[in-house]
Design a protein. Structure first.
Ligand code: FE2
Ligand code: FE2
Ligand code: FE2
Length: 168
């Protein structure tokens, strides 16, 4: 593929992916303001932008999606980098600026990305057995475990009802 078009597809993909989440937030606002038809409109367009994002991602898929061993390794490196570099920096600035809610979000994200990295690392080391086992994801902070659902999330303290199971 020609480099400029490739670059544009990637940019378009990022834009559409952001629009998806933005429009879902707009839909929630419309619900709060009791304008249900507008909420539906935002949800419908969000779904359409998700279609666009997926279509564009597919056009550059060979660039982004590699074989599973490589994808695991890249995902591990990203989690490690974000938990060791970006989030600690973001946290420091949020604390300096007295932004408590952002500081909490960044510190919990930093911690959970560290756990994500460990899960990838174990998959890379082939610690995962052949059995297919469910994961449980905290819907407050993003902590993930392949063990039992904890009574309280070890990162944010959320109760067990806040966990969503992926797999069965
Ligand atoms: Fe779109
Ligand atoms: Fe992560
Ligand atoms: Fe949590």
């Amino acid at each position: 593929m020609q480099p400029k078009t490739q670059d544009n597809i990637y940019k378009a993909f990022i834009g559409e992916a952001k629009a998806y989440f933005r429009l879902l937030a707009y839909a929630e606002k419309a619900d709060e303001e009791a304008v249900p038809q507008i909420a539906l409109l935002f949800r419908a367009i969000a779904e359409a932008e998700r279609v666009h994002a997926t279509r564009q991602l597919n056009l550059v898929k060979d660039l982004i999606v590699k074989d599973t061993d490589t994808n695991l390794e890249e995902s591990f490196q990203r989690e490690k980098s974000i938990s060791e570099n970006e989030y600690p920096d973001f946290l420091k600035t949020a604390e300096e600026e007295g932004e408590a809610a952002a500081a909490l979000a960044f510190s919990q994200a930093r911690d959970t990305e560290g756990f994500h990295a460990k899960l990838y690392e174990r998959a890379i080391m082939h610690v995962i057995k052949d059995e297919v086992k469910a994961y449980h994801v905290c819907q407050v902070c993003g902590y993930v475990t392949d063990k039992k659902i904890p009574k309280k999330c070890p990162v944010c303290g959320a109760p067990e009802e806040k966990f969503k199971t992926i797999g069965s």
